[in-house]
Design a protein around this ligand. Sequence first.
Ligand SMILES: Cc1ncc(COP(=O)(O)O)c(C=O)c1O
Length: 366
Amino acid sequence: MPTQTPEIQSVDDVIEMIRPAVRAQHEYVVGAPDGIEVKLNQNESPFDLPEELKTELAGAFAQVDFNRYPDEQPYRLRERIAEYDGVDPEAIIVGNGSNEITYTFGMAFMDPGTPVVLPTPMFSLYEKVARLHEADLTRVGPREDLSFDTEAIIDAVKQTGARVTIVTSPNNPTGKAMPLADIERIVDAAPGMVVVDEAYVEFNPEGTAVDLLDDHPNVIILRTLSKGFGLAGLRVGYLIGHPRVVREMMKSRLPFMVDRFAEQAALAILNRPDLLSERVEALTASVQQLTSAMEEMNGVEVVPSAANFVLFTTPLSSADLQDRLADQGVLIRDMSGYPELEGYIRVSAGTEAENKAFLGALDNAL
Ligand SMILES: Cc1ncc(COP(=O)(O)O)c(C=O)c1O
């Protein structure tokens, strides 16, 4: 006798089949109201590639065979990144933005119940990936100044036997950098992997934790070309890890994640260190300018930043302030979705003209 299969009556029956861990998530939506002229809500670089470089790239791209797959790993870019970071090319995975690599990392290291330690507040993708894999998540709250609480992280790592610990430095959304010695203490205490997300490393006076890899095969460094390098639209990020760990992780990847155009553009900007240092210098000055101007405003409290954005509070509610600025054509980000950041707003460092527009709009709103 064939078994009776339940009939699908409606789309609800289909939705029910989606894993509960997926249904419990939210879509990643970034607000985009009409009439925005100054966009300072996503920690992007305000600097596009110079026009002549774009034209040169467009010409080079016309020579590419569009009908052929790209290399699985873009080996030229991999080698160039290896040179840039002083590591072995085999230690690198290049991906479709570091977001994609975070997913690959989750696939490789997280099972249902895997103990994961996540200091908060932190870039929301990490919690999402852990929850999608039904990992056993332990969140560790910050100190009063919003910096990561090293002692509490070490305690949590030991108590839970964390298989995965995530540290972002400088952290988004706080802009706080962790001293390298503290990262090393966490790595020494951790019985599992420690991911150090260095999306904003170009702005960090503490520098990179990459040297930890020399003695610690359980460290993974994540980088992106979306911030300091200004390539957010082309989606290039990478991971640095122990070559053997990298080789195993490759098995969990989707192939061909970096297209030929993104590879060319990434090579072009990596071959212009003058552009990078000019931009980082300008954005560091931009953060300083925003910080000191806001500190002079009545009732505005600023969190000192080691990244390319600034977190702050005002006497207004953050949702209200976001609306008042959007009405004036300036887009910033209300961060109160993070439980620790009720009332906080984040603004990306812009060009001088963008900062001026933002500061004027903020003054009006207050
Ligand atoms: C800490 C952190 N990691 C990663 C990313 C995303 O990087 P990508 O554009 O390479 O996916 C961001 C973007 O805001 C971020 O803040």
